[in-house]
Design a protein around this ligand. Structure first.
Ligand code: ZN
Ligand code: ZN
Length: 121
């Protein structure tokens, strides 16, 4: 009857291994699902925050509103390519003033209110 013991041992070892494996996988996926849910909540929170935040006053020329003077001219320096190689890859850059003539982008709320007030006068 020795073979029965072997069978017994085989089942115990195999069975335990299987239970441990399934348990581990279940735990793993549960953990992953929880992380996913946490990430979703985080994304939602960020989207909400984004919606309540005033837009960053950045012009179409990628420069901040503060870089533009009262008439809208941008005073930020930009690097302009002046020489290219045969692959049209720029070789040399020159610093020039941004040629943006007018700020185009979201206006900060305070500026909109100020404009409205000065219009009334
Ligand atoms: Zn600009
Ligand atoms: Zn600019």
């Amino acid at each position: 009857m020795e073979w029965i013991w072997w069978l017994f041992v085989f089942f115990i070892v195999g069975g335990f291994g299987w239970v441990a494996d399934t348990g581990r996988t279940a735990l793993h996926t549960r953990h992953e699902r929880m992380m996913e849910r946490l990430k979703l909540a985080e994304d939602e929170r960020k989207a909400l925050e984004e919606a309540h935040k005033p837009p960053v006053p950045v012009c179409g020329c990628t420069h901040h509103l503060a870089k533009h003077d009262k008439r809208g001219k941008c005073h930020e320096d930009v690097e302009v390519a002046t020489e290219w190689d045969e692959d049209k890859k720029p070789l040399k850059y020159e610093r020039r003033q941004c040629n943006c003539q007018q700020y185009i982008g979201p206006q900060p709320l305070s500026k909109i209110y100020a404009d409205e007030l000065t219009d009334l006068e």
